[in-house]
Design a protein around this ligand. Structure first.
Ligand code: NAD
Ligand code: GLY
Length: 365
């Protein structure tokens, strides 16, 4: 088994069976046949990917899974617009045709779309089979592959159909980032800086100090940024797996982001791009309320801009348009829109009293 650079654990409350799982971060992880053998035993596998990632990485995973194992491959078209029930049905169809059983393990090879879709398919297949995440985008490595939120989009809303279903393991191969387009890479950076903002001011400052190294995808710095992000997410998820409270802070910037994605049309702005802009808006409101300094907001903007991330919302979106779009979000609780603001750098709070004037003021900045 290859030595990972980092190995951490998502500790979950144990109700009869231990559902804790490892996150492995290193090079050559997708080709590590010994690790797959240790995780899978002789279980059959349903290996799901898309037509962008499969030509790049499917063969090394297939080889690592070993000759003697039943492996059924499902390759879906690329795109957020494929994250719907019919794609899940394609996975179920193939798994049934090839007589997969409860001990079969689904494996997601790709970004957040494939991870969410495969996880959801696994949660429902035969009332639930295990799955493993092999995230290949930076965003999936630091966010979507960890924590067990799985699901698909519905015509009436993004991620509206889903299940909490924790993976058996998350295996992060740093090598896969070499082929990731710059825009997708930057989208992942936005989620990384989110963790600094809401949880760890030292990490936030460390990221600012290492922005040049991150920009050039320096392996060592990137590995540490991924590890620290995963550790924060694991910590939050361990304390509040089903988003009864604390976990909602992971949605910092997301209330505004989902409105931008919804109004602009999914895929026009990448999720991480919308999150970057949404974080600036939330930080600005926090600054106006006196919780963080204006300098913090300026620093955040500068950092995000270094990566080519947008920090201004679309000029067509007024405060009314934002409110209208946010009203349909999952983050509405008892009719009130819930926002994540900063109490101070590294400390987030949930509020439902952001006014239309505060949003308008932020847009005018
Ligand atoms: P994605 O899965 O669409 O991947 C982005 C693009 O990169 C795609 O074209 C993909 O084919 C391509 N790609 C993936 N890996 C590559 C590689 N190594 N080299 C080259 N190209 C590669 O998008 P994403 O940003 O990874 O994930 C976004 C999705 O994740 C959304 O559907 C969002 O709702 C979901 N999400 C889920 C959670 C969660 O907690 N479950 C959290 C955040 C986001
Ligand atoms: N991405 C937010 C969460 O996992 O809760």
């Amino acid at each position: 088994m290859s030595n990972p650079i980092y190995s951490l654990q998502v500790d979950l409350p144990c109700s009869g069976i231990d559902r804790s799982y490892p996150i492995i971060i290193g090079h050559g992880v997708l080709s590590d046949s010994e690790r797959f053998a240790a995780l899978l035993g002789d279980s059959p596998v349903v290996l799901v990917s898309n037509d962008t990632v499969a030509p790049l990485y499917m063969s090394r995973v297939r080889d690592a899974l070993g000759q003697g194992r039943k492996v059924t491959e499902v390759i879906l078209p690329d795109g957020e617009d494929q994250k719907h029930l019919m794609s899940a049905d394609q996975i179920w169809q193939k798994a049934l045709e090839y007589h997969h059983e409860r001990r079969s393990v689904f494996i997601a090879l790709g970004g957040g779309v494939i991870g969410d879709l495969t996880g959801y398919s696994a949660a429902c297949f035969l009332r639930g089979v295990d799955f493993i995440q092999l995230p290949t985008t930076l965003l999936a490595q630091v966010d979507s592959s960890v924590g067990g939120k799985t699901g698909v989009n519905h015509p009436l809303g993004k991620n509206m159909i889903g299940a909490f279903h924790q993976p058996r393991a998350v295996l992060i191969d740093l090598d896969s980032l070499q082929t990731l387009p710059d825009r997708e890479f930057a989208a992942g950076i936005a989620e990384i800086i989110k963790y600094g903002c809401i949880w760890d001011p030292d990490f936030y400052h460390w990221l600012l100090e290492h922005s040049d190294a991150l920009l050039t995808r320096n392996n060592e710095v990137l590995a540490e940024a991924i590890q620290r992000s995963c550790a924060i997410k694991a910590d939050v998820v361990a304390q509040d797996e089903r988003e009864g409270g604390l976990r909602a802070i992971l949605n910092f910037g997301h209330t505004f982001a989902h409105a931008i994605e919804h109004v602009m049309g999914y895929g026009v702005w990448l999720h991480g791009e919308a999150v970057a802009c949404g974080m600036v808006m939330a930080a600005q409101i926090s600054a106006t309320r006196g919780h963080v300094s204006e300098e913090m907001v300026i620093g955040l903007k500068r950092f995000l801009e270094t990566f080519g991330l947008p920090v201004e919302p679309p000029s067509t979106m007024s405060a009314e348009v934002f409110l209208d779009a946010m009203a349909g979000d999952k983050k509405v609780v008892r009719g009130k829109i819930r926002y994540v603001l900063l109490e101070k750098l590294g400390d987030a709070c949930l509020v439902d009293n952001v006014t239309i004037d505060e949003i308008a003021q932020t847009l005018a900045k």
